[in-house]
Structures are given as structure tokens and as C-alpha cells.
Write a protein that binds this ligand. Sequence first.
Ligand code: HEC
Ligand code: HEC
Ligand code: HEC
Ligand code: HEC
Ligand code: HEC
Length: 488
Amino acid sequence: MSSPSSASRARAARPLLPMLLVILAAGATVGVLLLIDNINQRKIEAMQPFQLRVQVDETTVDPAVWGQNFPRQYDTYRLTAEMHPDRRDGDKARQKLDLYPVWRDLWAGYPFAVDYREARGHAYMLEDQRATLRVTEFAQPGACLHCHASVYTAYRQAGVEQGAPGAVTDPLDSPEGRAQLFAGFEHINPMPYHEATQLVNHPVSCIDCHDPRTLNLRITRPAFMTGIQELAKSDQALPHLPSIERWRQGSREEEYDANRHASHHEMRSLVCAQCHVEYYFKGPERRLVYPWHRGLKVEDMEAFYDEIGFTDWVHAKTGSPLLKAQHPEFELWSQGTHAQAGVSCADCHMPYRRVGAAKISDHQIRSPLLDLSRSCQVCHRVEDRELLARVEAIQDRTRALTRRAESAVMQLVLALQAAIAEDAPEAALNEARQLHRKAQWRLDFVFSENSLGFHAPQESARILGEAIDYARQGQVVLLQARTQVAVR
Ligand code: HEC
Ligand code: HEC
Ligand code: HEC
Ligand code: HEC
Ligand code: HEC
């Protein structure tokens, strides 16, 4: 850099040169910037000390405050309030029980039989939970908030109030931060929902996925931290999570910790797996648990539930001890081609988006089918029509097989009701009830997964095939019992 005096001398002597220099320099800068932009905009943004207008820390829950530092990400984040054009009913999400009425009977005796809607954008997660009949007409625990609010800071504050050491502003990766988080989690889980929900104000926010000091992706959900530790200790091969495979080969002296062991690329899926997963509430302490102790497949989680003797509810018409499956997006994605090929949730659901001169990760998390060019065509160089046709073929097949599985399970329900009315032998009834449990769990697993089979087409078909088979086996058991009664 030249001093002002030499610069002004130069200007006086050769007026054109500085102009040229400025143009050249500007050109070079633009060139370099474009190059960098192309190489990896993300990395640069993450590495450069970002221009902070406001300081954020572990207590900055309000996304608007973070938005002052990162207005482009914030603007797209706010677009999660836009609703999917085909899935709305006025200003609400469509009632799935009206679309598929058989589920009122399949879930008889369980809160889902009264209200179950389409998922919609992250902006609605808290208000939808507060409004559902499953909350207003049934007692629910504070554990529900884990995945429906920016509850991270509330956990830590509650933890400190419960006597955990340190200050709420301590970093999460300090022993104090972690102790506070778990103490608050354990305190809030069993609280009545209407009390617990007063501790939170926002849907999932920046602080739930990003470290305020570094902006790095991070895990903030206690149930996920524990769940992934159990998964790491299982003997299931997890080629799509190489950091777990590496941890298994190490000394195992310390527990697997995604925040320390997972790669940046794995985190692009794991931040979503904090919530888009199967779960249950354990014991009177209503502890939120992810049942991954034996692995992520449908039969692994079933084996775990069977082992601990867990039942979500008893079917009102058959007396069967059933399981309720919940949005196993991470688990099903794990069984698909894309996961095996290293394609993350964010690759499809948060593709890069050009905003002015910058390229950012789209924080309008939604159906990738609403923007194929950015979500898919970066990898699949085929026309919209062809790509959509491929997705539709998968989803249509899944739909058709789901309808068949629904009828099969419903027919088992009716057969069980009839057998109970006819005083069929208890042993046969119980055998049929166990088959009902297996069939319903598999059917619900695919029905409650929100990609309609896309995340793992073959696996979804396999699961539905098994659901149909178990339902029919149940009918056979009852039929045989009936013939025996008739013969006697
Ligand atoms: C492990 C995380 C997690 C927990 C715990 C959780 N949810 Fe959800 N919830 C989700 C996800 C992910 C979705 C979006 C996907 C879907 O709709 O299936 C969702 C969707 C919903 C919806 C909108 C769609 C619908 O089902 O009508 C409601 C309402 C809801 N949850 C209520 C609850 C209630 C009540 C509880 C506590 C009993 C609860 N949630 C606990 C993750 C969770
Ligand atoms: C559900 C998790 C999640 C939430 C909530 C979230 N982000 Fe992100 N954010 C991501 C992911 C995933 C990336 C991509 C990270 C990568 O690969 O480097 C990202 C990237 C970023 C980046 C790096 C530059 C870029 O665009 O890739 C910034 C800045 C950012 N987010 C800001 C925000 C702000 C501000 C908020 C709140 C308004 C927010 N994020 C909320 C998951 C989230
Ligand atoms: C804190 C928990 C949480 C995290 C983290 C989270 N989600 Fe969600 N997500 C939800 C809930 C709850 C809903 C349903 C909201 C509703 O229906 O009101 C939802 C809805 C969605 C939807 C449906 C949107 C629509 O417009 O229909 C998609 C897609 C989605 N999430 C993908 C992701 C991806 C990808 C990530 C990671 C980058 C992620 N989510 C991280 C809880 C979470
Ligand atoms: C290869 C691309 C791809 C990957 C990777 C991927 N998804 Fe999806 N996802 C899709 C498509 C396509 C759909 C179907 C959208 C539709 O039917 O409109 C979908 C649907 C969903 C939905 C329901 C969206 C809605 O509109 O209701 C959720 C939630 C979701 N994915 C979450 C995830 C999570 C969490 C991960 C990672 C564990 C993930 N996805 C990985 C492509 C992907
Ligand atoms: C980051 C790259 C990447 C992205 C983004 C991506 N895919 Fe793929 N996709 C792959 C790879 C790799 C395979 C496996 C390739 C193979 O075996 O031929 C694959 C396989 C598929 C298949 C074969 C069916 C299956 O699951 O086995 C379909 C269909 C598909 N992708 C559709 C999509 C759609 C639709 C999107 C956007 C929502 C998408 N992909 C996004 C890389 C990607």
C-alpha cells in the first residue's frame, strides 16, 4: 500500500495509471472471488472471521439476532413459513386421517387416531405441537419439546437452576455445559407439557445447529447424543457413518461424540437426525430415548423394544400390545442408495442458493421436488420430467403397497375382533396379537416416514412386504384355531 503523499504524486504525474490499476485490481479481485466462490464458498465463510454486527452466545435464542450477522441465511430460514402448495387445507396442514380414514381404526385407542396431519415447515413446529388434539386432549410430557422448539438454552438454564455447575454462557463442549444440558433435559422431560412449553419461544433456531463461537455445525440434543453412543456400540455395519467405524477401531475409552468425532459432511445429516427419528419415552421420568441399541433397521428397533418389553399402547379393539412408529427419516435414509453414496440430508434439502453475488446453503428446508435443479440436478444431469418420473414411480409403488398393507392389517384387526367375540383359545389370540404387533409396526414405519419411500425404495418395499405377510400369518393362526374349535 502506498502512502497518501506518494499516491497523490503519482496521480498528478500519470493520471491514467491509477485508474488502470484500480480496474486491474478490481478485475483480479472479482476473478479471485469467483474462483473462491466456485471452489467452496462455505469453507471460506466458515474460516474467515465473519463480520459480526452483534455478538451471539449460548443464550442467543432469537434467530433475528443471528440474522443481523447472517441476513441471507436468515431470510431463507424465514421462508420455512411458506406452505407446500399441495398439502394445505386453508391455513392449516392437511388432516391425514381424512385422506386415509383406515388409520382411525388402525390406531384405535391411541391419540394419533384423533389428529394426524401433514408435516409442514420448521416455522410451524411449535405452534402445531401446541395446537394438536394430541396435546390439547391428552396429557403429554415436556419431552415433546425436544424436537419442536429451540429448547437448547432452556435446558441449560433449567440445568443451572437444578444446581448444575457453571454459567449458562459456558461453551457446550465444556464439562459444565454438558452437565447443564443433561440436568435440564432430565428436569423438563417429565414436566406437564403446558408448563414446559412456557419455557420456550421459538421453533428450531440457529443456536440449535450452530456453535455461536465458530458457526460450526453441532449437536445440541441430549437424546441424540445418547442414542448415537448406543448405536456406535452396536455391531451394525454403518459404512455411511465412517466416523463411527473409526471410533470402533479405536480404544473406545471415551464414548462416541458426534461433536468431536463426526466429519463436517456427516454433520450435514446428523444435525437433522437430532429430530427426524423414531423415539419413545422411558419410564415415569419420561426420558426421551432413541432405540438404536441394536441398529437402525426396522427389525433392530423392534428387537430392542421386545427385549425391554415396551409397548406404546394396547389396541382398543383387539387388545394387541402395539408400537407407534414416528418419522424414521434418518433410519430409512441410512438404508438407501443415497446414504451409501455419501449424499447427505442437506445436499437435497439445503442445496446451495445464489443470493446476489453470494452462494449460501438454503435454509428454506422443504420438499426437494419443489426445486429439482438445485436439489438433484447438480448430480443427476437429466431433464426435470425424467427425474420427476423416477421419483413418482418410487412413490406410486410405495403408495400402492402401503394401501395393500393397510387392508391386510385391517383384516387382521377384524379377524381378531371376531375371534375374541367367538371366545377363541387365548393362546391363538395372543399369537395373532404378536403378529399384529409386527405387522402394524412395519406398516406404520413406512407410513410415518415422510418421503413416501424415496429415501430407501427397496427397503420400504421390503418392510411393507413383511407387514403384509405378518398380517396374513395372523389371519391364518386365527383360521386354524377356528377350525380346531369347530372340529372339537
Ligand atoms: C424425536 C423428535 C420428536 C419428538 C420427541 C416429538 N416430535 Fe413431533 N415431530 C417430529 C418431527 C421430525 C415431525 C415432522 C415429521 C412428521 O410430521 O412426521 C413432527 C411432527 C409433529 C406434528 C405435526 C404432524 C402431526 O403429527 O400431526 C405434531 C402435531 C407433533 N409432531 C406433535 C408432537 C407431540 C405431541 C410430541 C410428544 C408426544 C412430539 N411431537 C414429540 C419430531 C418429534
Ligand atoms: C436444522 C439445522 C440448522 C439451522 C436451524 C440453521 N442452520 Fe445454518 N446451516 C445448517 C447447515 C446444514 C449448513 C451447511 C453447513 C456446511 O456444510 O458448511 C448451514 C450453514 C450456515 C452458514 C454457513 C454459510 C452457508 O450458507 O453455507 C451460515 C452463515 C448459517 N448456516 C447461518 C444460520 C443462521 C443465521 C441460522 C438461523 C437463522 C441458521 N443457520 C439455522 C444447518 C442449520
Ligand atoms: C429440532 C428438531 C428438528 C431439526 C433439528 C430438524 N427438523 Fe425438520 N422438522 C421438525 C419438525 C417438528 C417438523 C414438522 C413441523 C410441523 O409440521 O409443524 C419438521 C419438518 C421438516 C420438513 C417438512 C417441511 C415442509 O415444508 O413440509 C422437512 C423437509 C424437514 N423437516 C427436513 C429437515 C432437515 C433436512 C433437517 C436438517 C438440516 C431438519 N429437518 C432438522 C423438526 C426438526
Ligand atoms: C437424495 C436426496 C435426499 C436426501 C439425501 C434426503 N432426502 Fe428427504 N426427501 C427427498 C425427497 C425427494 C422427498 C420427497 C418429497 C416429496 O414427496 O415432495 C423427501 C422427503 C423428506 C421429508 C418430507 C418432506 C415433506 O415435504 O413432507 C422429510 C422430513 C425429509 N425428507 C427429511 C430428510 C432427512 C432428515 C434426511 C437425512 C437423514 C433426508 N431427508 C435425506 C430427498 C432427499
Ligand atoms: C450429491 C449427489 C446427489 C444428489 C444431490 C442427488 N442424488 Fe440421486 N443419486 C446419487 C447417486 C450417487 C446415486 C446412486 C448412483 C447409482 O448407483 O447409479 C443416486 C441414485 C438415485 C436414484 C436411483 C434410485 C435409488 O434410490 O436407488 C434416484 C431415483 C435418484 N438418485 C434421484 C434423485 C433425486 C430426485 C434427487 C433430488 C431430490 C437426487 N437424486 C439427488 C447422487 C445424488
